[in-house]
Design a protein around this ligand. Structure first.
Ligand SMILES: [Zn+2]
Length: 467
C-alpha cells in the first residue's frame, strides 16, 4: 500500500517538473561523464560562501580557475560565439601581452588609466610605457588589470559609465589599424584556445565605405592568419551602428547602408573557389535605456532596401529590465534572426511563445548582464526560463574583454553552476550555436561535423581525466 502511494505521488509530482525540452539524449560515454559533472559541480558549488556572488569567477581568484569544473568549461568545444563585439572579443591575458608591447599609460590626474599609442597626439607628458611602468614597479600587473576591466567597486558612477570609460581608455587603439590587426588576430587565436570555432563579430562601422572597407579587410586578414593554423575556424561579421544621443536615425541608417554596399565587395574567399558571404547581417547597439527606441528604425529595417540586400537582422533588444522597453517586440515584428540579450522578455509571455514556436534564438550574455548590473545573482537570470519554455538560447560573450577572465569559459561556467545544467543541456547549447548561426547551409553542416568530432574527443578525454 505504502509503496503504491509513494509511486503515485511521485508520478503526479513529476508531471510538474520540467526538463529543458531540447536537451540532448546522451550516449553511454556521455552518461558516464554526466555523473562526473554532477560531482565537479558540487565541488565548485562548495567554494562559494553566502557573501560571494554565486557562480562568478573573480579576476584574481586562482582557486576558482583551478577547479575541475572551470577546466571542463575551458576544454568544452563550445561551437560559436554569436554575440561578440569586434574590439573586445580578445581575452584580457592576450590583450595585456599586446598593450605591454605597444601602449603608454597615464597614471595621474583625469587621464589615469588611459592608454595611448606612441604616436598619439593626445599623449600626456607623464605617460609611461606599460612595460617600463611594470619593470620599474610603478605599476603592478594587478593594478593594471583593475584599471582595464569591469570590476566590482570600479563602477561608482554607474555600470555603463564604467564601460564607456573602458572604451575610451582603449579608444586610441581603435584609430590604429596596425594595432587593431594584432588585437583581432590574437582575439581570434584566443577564441580557438577557448573552444570557440565560429565568431559572429558585431563590427562597429562609420558612414564611410572606404574606412569600413579598410577596417573589415584588415580584420579579415587577421582571421585568415588564424584560419591557416585552424582550418575549421570561421568568422562572420554583423554590421553594427549606434543609436545613442550621438547619432540620428538618418546617420545610423547611413552606416548600415554602407555595410550593404561593402557586403557585396568583401567576401570570405579564403577558399577562392568557394567564396562565402563575410558580412551577414545588420544591428544597432548602445545602452538601451538611454538610446533611441528600436522602433524608430522600423521603417528602414523593414524596407525593400534592407530586405533585398541579403543581409539579415540580428538585433540587440530588451537589454533592460524596464517595462517601457519593449524592443523585443519591435525586433520580433522586424523579423530579427536572433535576439541580442532579450533580457526583459519575461515581461512578454505571449511573445515568449512566438520566439519558441518560430525558433528565434536568444543570445544570452551572462557575464555581461552580471557586470553591467542587470542580474546580480545569475541563478535568477531569465535565460533559464527561456530554455525551459523551449526558446533556443545560445551563450555569448558580448564585450568579453571587460566582462570575464576568459570570455565564453566564464559564461558556460556560470550557466552550468547557476542553472544546474546537465551534459544534455550543455550539448544542446553548443549545438544551438551552430544551428542558429548565420552561416550558409553548407558551412553550417561542415562546422557541425567538425564540432561533433571535437565533442566526441572531449567526452573521451574528460572521461579519462576525471574520476
Ligand atoms: Zn552587445
Amino acid at each position: 500500500m505504502e509503496k503504491d502511494f509513494k509511486e503515485k505521488y511521485e508520478r503526479i509530482k513529476n508531471t510538474f517538473i520540467p526538463d529543458i525540452p531540447y536537451s540532448e539524449e546522451l550516449s553511454e560515454g556521455e552518461k558516464k561523464l554526466d555523473d562526473k559533472l554532477t560531482r565537479i559541480k558540487k565541488e565548485a558549488d562548495a567554494l562559494y560562501t553566502v557573501n560571494d556572488p554565486y557562480g562568478i569567477v573573480e579576476w584574481y581568484d586562482e582557486e576558482d580557475i583551478h577547479t575541475e569544473l572551470y577546466q571542463f568549461c575551458y576544454a568544452l568545444p563550445k561551437g560559436g560565439d554569436l554575440h561578440a563585439h569586434d574590439n573586445t572579443m580578445i581575452s584580457y591575458d592576450r590583450f595585456e601581452q599586446i598593450i605591454k608591447e605597444y601602449a603608454y599609460i597615464s597614471l595621474n590626474g583625469d587621464t589615469k588609466g588611459m592608454l595611448y599609442t606612441k604616436f598619439s597626439s593626445d599623449l600626456p607628458e607623464d605617460a609611461i610605457s606599460i612595460n617600463e611602468a611594470l619593470g620599474k614597479g610603478i605599476l603592478s600587473q594587478k593594478e593594471l588589470g583593475q584599471m582595464l576591466v569591469m570590476n566590482d567597486g570600479t563602477e561608482e558612477n554607474g555600470y555603463w559609465a564604467r564601460l564607456e570609460q573602458l572604451f575610451s581608455a582603449t579608444g586610441d587603439f581603435y584609430n590604429d589599424v596596425s594595432i587593431m590587426e594584432k588585437i583581432w588576430e590574437e582575439g581570434f587565436r584566443s577564441c580557438v584556445e577557448r573552444g570557440v570555432m565560429l565568431v559572429e563579430v558585431r563590427d562597429w562601422g562609420v558612414e564611410d565605405d572606404v574606412l569600413n572597407m579598410i577596417r573589415i579587410r584588415t580584420l579579415r586578414e587577421a582571421y585568415y592568419r588564424v584560419k591557416k593554423e585552424h582550418p575549421d575556424f570561421l568568422v562572420r561579421l554583423i554590421g553594427c551602428s549606434g543609436k545613442d544621443e550621438g547619432t540620428t536615425v538618418e546617420s545610423s541608417c547611413e552606416v548600415l547602408r554602407s555595410y550593404i554596399r561593402v557586403s557585396k565587395l568583401v567576401k570570405d574567399d579564403f577558399d577562392p573557389d568557394n567564396a562565402e558571404d563575410f558580412i551577414i547581417g545588420l544591428d544597432l547597439a548602445n545602452e538601451e535605456d538611454v538610446s533611441k527606441p528600436l522602433g524608430d528604425f522600423a521603417e528602414f529595417l523593414m524596407s525593400d532596401e534592407v530586405r533585398d540586400s541579403g543581409l539579415k537582422l540580428y538585433l540587440h533588444c530588451g537589454e533592460s529590465l524596464r517595462r517601457d522597453n519593449n524592443s523585443v517586440v519591435d525586433a520580433y515584428i522586424m523579423k530579427t534572426r536572433r535576439a541580442g540579450h532579450a533580457l526583459n522578455m519575461y515581461r512578454f509571455p505571449q511573445l515568449m511563445k512566438e520566439y519558441a514556436g518560430k525558433h528565434i534564438a536568444v543570445e544570452v550574455c551572462l557575464m555581461s548582464n552580471y557586470r553591467l548590473g542587470y542580474v546580480r545573482d545569475l541563478r535568477l537570470h531569465p535565460g533559464l526560463q527561456y530554455m525551459i519554455s523551449g526558446i533556443p538560447i545560445v551563450l555569448c560573450s558580448d564585450d568579453g574583454l571587460f566582462m570575464a577572465r576568459a570570455p565564453m569559459v566564464d559564461d558556460f561556467y556560470s550557466a552550468i553552476l547557476c542553472w544546474d545544467l546537465n551534459l544534455g543541456d550543455i550539448k544542446a547549447l553548443c549545438r544551438n550555436s551552430i544551428i542558429y548561426s548565420g552561416l550558409s547551409e553548407t558551412e553550417r553542416n561542415r562546422l557541425m561535423k567538425a564540432w561533433e568530432n571535437c565533442w566526441d574527443e572531449f567526452i573521451r578525454e574528460q572521461n579519462k581525466k576525471l574520476n
